[in-house]
Design a protein around this ligand. Structure first.
Ligand code: AHR
Length: 311
């Protein structure tokens, strides 16, 4: 338990009494936009007041927002941390103010006692699922892979890279020949894929691994403009399961995506409400599911359904 929680318990039993600050990274991807929408919906349904701060991809803005929430005396803070390091001091300030902090979708390199819980997927596992998909798809054939990394220093970029590399490590036929950040955005995914295509001999790239779907969708455009068929000439696997990725799979332009739920706030607020009601301490990690979708699934139906969910 965070220090001081027992003092807060009798006052905060009702969700309607709660004010929660949410420091969101920005809107770099369709997945991020959906997470913002779902978090606002969750807060509304529970009758709690959500103070929302968009950090426009900058850690300094997130730290400022957290200090603002602390000064306002919010009851709790949700933090989607843009990068993994550099949080200790502001988390200590929140702890000293007896404000529990819950991490959403990304992890931090800080002592666990500085936050209440982290709601994330197994980010290394996601990368490993992507790698294993390619191992199976290539079945021993030589394959030169290009990789679009997420935001430099972010936990999904670090962990998804690690998991993928682990999965292909025992398969010398699979080799990452180029790897660069596309910052989790569609526009950078396209720009960096264009540079990969220019740098490599024509026809020599066999597969693209993108750390998120938005970069993959940007890269699809670059591949088409280079006169190649995405999903066939270059196999594509990425992560998120946003509607446009399902649409691309349905059209045969992409091969696989690993779904990341945008509903991190639901489990986070369940844990927070229980904690504030009677001191129930959540586990330090609340893990969300990671499911692989391929051309075997009814991607058109999934696209139609997901389109309505705030992406
Ligand atoms: O932290 C989750 C990642 O952040 C998502 O995969 C990506 O789309 C987002 O920007």
């Amino acid at each position: 338990l965070l220090a001081g929680a027992a003092v807060l318990l009798p006052v905060l039993a009702q969700a309607g009494d709660l004010t929660v600050g949410f420091s969101q990274i920005g809107s770099e991807s369709g997945w991020r936009a959906a997470e913002t929408t779902v978090t606002k919906q969750q807060a509304k349904e529970r009758g709690l007041t959500l103070k929302f701060a968009d950090a426009q991809q900058k850690q300094e803005n997130q730290i400022k927002a957290l200090r603002g929430f602390i000064a306002q005396g919010v009851d709790a803070i949700l933090l989607a941390p843009v990068v993994a390091t550099g949080w200790d001091q502001v988390l200590e300030e929140a702890r000293d103010a007896e404000i529990p902090v819950i991490l959403l979708d990304r992890t931090v390199d800080a002592p666990q006692e500085l936050y209440l819980t982290a709601v994330t997927s197994d980010l290394v596992h996601e990368g490993a699922v992507a790698g294993q998909w390619l191992v199976d798809a290539e079945a021993g054939e030589d394959c030169r892979i290009v990789e679009l990394q997420g935001t430099t220093g972010s936990s999904p970029a670090l962990d998804r890279k690690k998991g993928f590399e682990q999965a292909i490590a025992d398969h010398p036929n699979l080799k990452i020949v180029r790897s660069q950040t596309g910052d989790f955005t569609r526009s950078q995914g396209k720009v960096v894929m264009e540079s990969f295509l220019k740098a490599e001999a024509p026809g020599s790239i066999c597969a693209l691994y993108a750390h998120n779907d938005d970069m993959a969708v940007g890269a699809i455009q670059a591949i088409k403009e280079a006169g190649l068929q995405p999903g066939k000439d270059i196999k594509i696997v990425s992560i998120d399961g946003v509607p446009d990725a399902h649409l691309a799979i349905a059209h045969g332009e992409m091969n696989a995506t690993i779904e990341l739920t945008p509903n991190m706030a639901g489990p986070a607020l369940d844990a927070l409400e229980a904690y504030l009601k009677d001191g129930t301490a959540p586990p330090k990690w609340i893990q969300t599911e990671s499911r692989l979708f391929t051309a075997k699934d009814d991607n058109m139906a999934i696209y139609e359904e997901k389109k309505t969910l705030g992406y």
